[in-house]
Design a protein around this ligand. Sequence first.
Ligand code: HEM
Length: 544
Amino acid sequence: MDILKFASTVFVLSSLSVFLFVSISLLNKLWLTPIRKQRFLRRQGIKGTSYKFLHGNTKEILSLRKESMGMPMDYLSHNLFPRFHPHFYSWLKIYGKNFLTWYGPRAELFVTEVEFVKEIMNKIQDYPKIEMSTGFVKVLLGDGLVTAKGKKWAKQRKLANQVFHADSLKSMTPAMIASVEMMLDRWKQHEGKEIDVFQEFKFLSSEIISRTAFGSSFMEGKDIFDMLTEIAIIITRNSYRVRLPGLSRFFKSEDDIRSEKLEQGIHDSILRIMEKRKKESAMRGEVGSFGTDFLGSLMKAMIDSDQDKRITIQDVIDECKTFYVAGQETTSTMLSWVVFLLGSHTDWQEKARQEVLNLFGKEQPNSDGIARLKIVNMIINETLRLYPPVTEFTRQVKEETKLGNYILPANIHVVLSTLALHHDTNIWGEDAHQFKPERFSQGVAKATNNNPAVYIPFGLGPRSCVGLNFATNEAKISLTMILQRYSFTLSPTYIHSPIQILTTRPQHGVQQPAQSSTPNVSGDNSKHALLAGPLSEKVSDSSW
Ligand code: HEM
């Protein structure tokens, strides 16, 4: 009896101490630490919003965003900053260039001071990428090049640099041209009718990355693209939703369960593509060589005799996911916005067409000519300024760090906003929100007054986009071939409603009866097409 009593007392006492321990840890994590950091930063003159228990500012952000994103915009308005980030937009006015906000219990320093932006993007040891080794982002990108850090990142970056180097891109040009041809063949059936360019460019960029990086076709990788798209939607649905730390280990939401299934599905599909590649190499009698494209290089690195260069099968899978997403999402949205802007600024469309016809006539584009496309380049630059696919960057402060005169405590995040910089009237002038490609007529350096940190569509510093040349090549080839054949205007029923689902996307399609073909605008053989926007997807936001 006594033993029983003793045992039950021990049980009650140990349960109490576990309860106390958990409560104190939670109190520390969810209240004391945030308040301490808030005081520490405020003492240095950093203003900002006040911490609210558990949620920080997320409830406020969600409601502000619901309001700003709920209404379509005037199609001539390109001012995305107050639409996508109404919270940052209004706090910037209240608190100044750098201020403190709260994503749940995590402190986030919003930084727009240009010198600080440069420093944060360049010092990747002091400001590494945030942890993405768990959660939905991990399912989407794994520990691939976008998310990896340290030595692993350096190894992966070297591999990717080799394949996406400007010289290697020349050999990819024929595959890009063939993919655009395929799309234009499809368009022949819709001549004079509306075309949903966003959907078209999604197929196109998927086809191009599949052919050039993975030696397959869009159809072969279709299930992978579909599954990755579903994860992107799950990520968007869950952004700004704060969950108690560790809770997802015990209580799985529907999205948790679905994402686990998708992760397995993507894993299996990529393994099948790798198996196929192995068999093809074996049939050709090539041992230890799997082709010269990205997949081939990754598979070769799996058996590298140098331990330091060798990568694992999981690394290959993560890298494939990363490039499927990064190679497709960004480029398709960029192309959609270019065509949207040219559809509503037909004077620039005509200028671009004249340039293309002067350089190539009716011939297929070639690498030398592509490098000489000046007006098309200005249009792409201006589109990426107004509609950057990646709208913000988040980095972590690992250890206490000095930024200018400020001392930043460890374990906070810094947030840099492409939109705030690209739409700043102090940098770009009062016409900052207008489409004016002429601002890039003397190149990016002149337009930015030699300040690279004010224009960052492809990021900045060592972690800037490895696919920059690939993406711009793809865009120039596609635009050249479209402009050679078609002139286009924006559909009258187009609804201008940019949203964020991983990248900056146009939300609505244009439901309109088919239009008959009209005489071409330029006097050449180009056909007239009315542009439809994209199909809508029922979600609203996220970040890269
Ligand atoms: C218009 C098209 C594109 C835009 C605007 C864009 C934008 C960006 C940006 C802003 C970053 C830096 C992210 C950060 O610092 O947190 C980035 C990184 C990256 N991009 Fe792109 N990207 C584009 C196309 C592509 C393409 C076509 C590929 C692949 C073929 C690609 C692959 C990557 C990868 C792997 C990284 C991570 C690089 C690293 O961390 O070392 N991107 N991109």
